[in-house]
Ligand binder design. Sequence first.
Ligand SMILES: Cc1cc2nc3c(=O)[nH]c(=O)nc-3n(C[C@H](O)[C@H](O)[C@H](O)COP(=O)(O)OP(=O)(O)OC[C@H]3O[C@@H](n4cnc5c(N)ncnc54)[C@H](O)[C@@H]3O)c2cc1C
Length: 397
Amino acid sequence: MDLSDTPEQAEFRARARAWLERNKPTDIADRGFALAIDDATVRRLKDWQRKLYDAGYLGISWPVEYGGQGKTIVESAIFNEEVARVRAPAPLNELGLSMGAPTILEHGTEEQKRRYIRKILTCEEIWCQGFSEPQSGSDLAALQTRAVLDGDHFIVNGQKVWTSIGHLADWCMLLVRTDPSAPKHRGISYLLVDMHSPGVTVQPLRQMTGEAEFNQMFFEEVRVPRENLLGPLNGGWGVALTTLMNERATLSLALVMRFQNVFQDLAALARKGLADGSCKLDRRLVRQTLAQFYIDVESMKYLAYRNFSRLQRGGTPGPEGSISKLLWSELNQRMNEFALALQGPHAALNEDSPYIVDDGRWQYGLMRSRGNTIEEGTSEVQRGIIAERLLGLPKGY
Ligand SMILES: Cc1cc2nc3c(=O)[nH]c(=O)nc-3n(C[C@H](O)[C@H](O)[C@H](O)COP(=O)(O)OP(=O)(O)OC[C@H]3O[C@@H](n4cnc5c(N)ncnc54)[C@H](O)[C@@H]3O)c2cc1C
């Protein structure tokens, strides 16, 4: 695979970079990978997404008739890479952009594509993912939220949990059980649910970072029009797999770029700490650890290239995304842990202290990164997928 830009791609990259440098918001804290959730930041991120859309930099590879730009996934990847390079924030409606819209584009009716895609792009409608339940996370197909057809509506009852940005969302990708008598994977349907419907309650859950980024959601006699069914009745499992594969596949070249930035910051922290004597770690240990992080980030890069070239040849995201997910989530935890080790006693400070290092970004990063190996499928589940679906090993369970 030739990894260099063609002259047209290089020109697109240069234009995109210059636009991003001119337009990126400078007043939103760079917190690595987490979504910011305070009201002011949400407003700023909404404006930022709208600006990206108006400039033609969202939905780059999606069909023009639904609001996209009709280019290829190469331009889309180039742009995402540049966003990460200049450390601009990701758009607020990330779940809609990376999962909701690709799933609707693949399984939706013409009407559904026209109804939803553009508003995902403009951030007029924010989306959340209502998959996990208290008794079904890794074993997602065990979900119990019920939907019963009553004329031209489904009546939904049940509970979802860990719903990221559910408190901000206008729409939900909701998995429901529509045939309790069928084997568990065959009785599930995929509904597009208006979060403002009567009977939907959202309760924020506070995380160890102190923020409430995710929620539990209750559905009581919620009426969902039949036309909001995405894909076939009782065929929702296949539709959900599209969402999950896209969730993992989006962690590609842009993510690598973000890790390269984090690596540079970590190296700068180490250099400073060793120079001013605040870092008490053995110099050789610091060098060895940083070298290993560098190798890990490079490995991520080549994995991303491999996955991307598969997509470029017309494939859909597959189980290979599990390798990247496993690698980045565990690497993020190790890098943040090491950043605190470099800080010595300063590691124990909180954001209120005048002596806090880098505005507390590493402390925050470490706490938030604990969730990385759980969200989007735990590390154990990713290893199971790699073992069974990529290596062809026998089933463990
Ligand atoms: C920050 C964050 C954001 C999230 N956002 C969303 C969201 O927006 N929408 C949504 O629907 N969900 C979301 N989730 C939920 C997430 O998908 C689930 O937490 C995850 O799938 C694990 O499910 P669980 O919590 O029920 O744990 P369980 O499935 O109960 O797992 C418990 C433990 O058992 C292990 N285990 C389970 N099954 C196996 C197996 N087959 N082999 C080996 N080990 C196994 C797990 O690895 C884990 O260590 C989010 C979670 C987090 C942490």
